[in-house]
Design a protein around this ligand. Structure first.
Ligand SMILES: [Zn+2]
Length: 341
């Protein structure tokens, strides 16, 4: 088990009522910090690279490293482009080997958002890449030294249920990011999610729903959102704030420190603590553990255990059950051969 696309991963989350954490990376150290946290928690994870963060991590340079590391992790990992703003970026991410893309056409009028998302979905699905889109407008994306800034959600820009149904039917997307009182960055005042709207969207749409702007939402509200159909939670601001806070404290306590890697390591430990807490709250902890295993419940090629076996050369993968049967058959044959000698 290693790379899994968003559709398969969120399908499991939806039927098992948990959410998969999707964490944005803004430097290379995030890759290890995020994967190590998920491995420790025996949890699936989604690694995100957002187009607005290409100024920190160039997708073409960093993709081989991310994908190689994700492949070797013994947990299901989805590698997704976050908030791709145009056709060119989406195709670039697919070409780089990302197995999921989010196209954010939320700033366009509905008709334009549908037509662009539909075209992108057609192309992505042809190569088994999943597509997430956004309808309504979450807003508040900020980047740079002063980010994150605080924002208040605009009720007029919440996801409209009728539009969402039409959007899903016409585009064929795999997951939808909804605006139900969530914003990116820091919330101005207490976040107040519209659970009634979320329930209505969830009852209307058969696909998993996504909550962007996960930082600042209370644990109870996360859990309620997951009960009402949220299967993926995007989380970034909380991690970056935890890292900066820890780094400041470390430098204050150790004013003579001049070891750059130790400063980075300190901040990454803060990120790991925050991420592990989120995985517990999202309910994905332990999903890759023996009996309650995502690996075991996975019965198709995309989630199979990768082995090079002649009996399965067409797919290059084999399900766990088949693997056990293959091994048992081989052991029995060897015993028979020995007893016949
Ligand atoms: Zn977002």
């Amino acid at each position: 088990m290693s790379l899994i696309n968003l559709k398969n991963l969120l399908g499991h989350a939806k039927s098992n009522k948990y959410a998969v954490g999707a964490f944005a990376m803004t430097n290379i150290d995030f890759i290890e910090a995020l994967l190590e946290s998920a491995i420790e928690k025996k949890s699936p994870i989604i690694l995100l690279l957002a187009e607005v963060h290409f100024k920190y991590l160039d997708i073409e340079r960093v993709a081989p490293i991310i994908i190689d590391r994700a492949r070797s992790a013994n947990i299901p990992v989805c590698v997704s482009l976050d908030h791709g703003l145009n056709f060119k970026t989406i195709v670039k991410a697919i070409r780089c080997g990302f197995n999921s893309v989010m196209f954010d056409g939320s700033k366009f009028p509905l008709k334009e958002n549908i037509s662009q998302t539909k075209e992108i979905t057609r192309i992505a699905h042809a190569v088994d890449v999943s597509v997430e889109a956004e309808l309504g407008y979450v807003g508040g994306e900020s980047v740079g030294e002063k980010a994150p800034e605080s924002h208040t959600p605009d009720k007029n820009l919440f996801t409209n249920v009728k539009d969402a149904k039409r959007f899903y039917e016409e585009t064929g997307i795999d997951a939808l990011a909804v605006a139900v009182g969530n914003v990116h960055g820091i919330y101005k005042g207490e976040p107040k999610l519209d659970f009634e709207l979320l329930k209505e969207l969830s009852d209307t749409l058969p696909i998993p729903l996504v909550l962007h702007g996960g930082s600042g939402i209370s644990d109870d509200d996360y859990k309620k959102s997951i009960e009402l159909g949220i299967c993926k939670i995007n989380y970034y601001t909380g991690m970056t704030m935890a890292a900066v806070k820890r780094m400041r404290a470390y430098l204050t306590e150790n004013p003579d420190v001049n070891s750059y890697p130790d400063i980075i390591k300190t901040s990454m430990l803060a990120i790991m603590e925050d991420v592990k807490e989120r995985l517990d709250v999202f309910g994905s902890t332990g999903k890759c553990d023996s009996s309650d295993s995502l690996c075991l419940s996975c019965d198709d090629r995309s989630c199979g255990i990768n082995i090079r076996d002649n009996n399965h050369s067409s797919s290059g993968t084999i399900s766990y059950k088949d693997l056990i049967k293959t091994i048992s058959d081989k052991v029995s044959n060897n015993i028979l051969n020995l007893s016949n000698k």
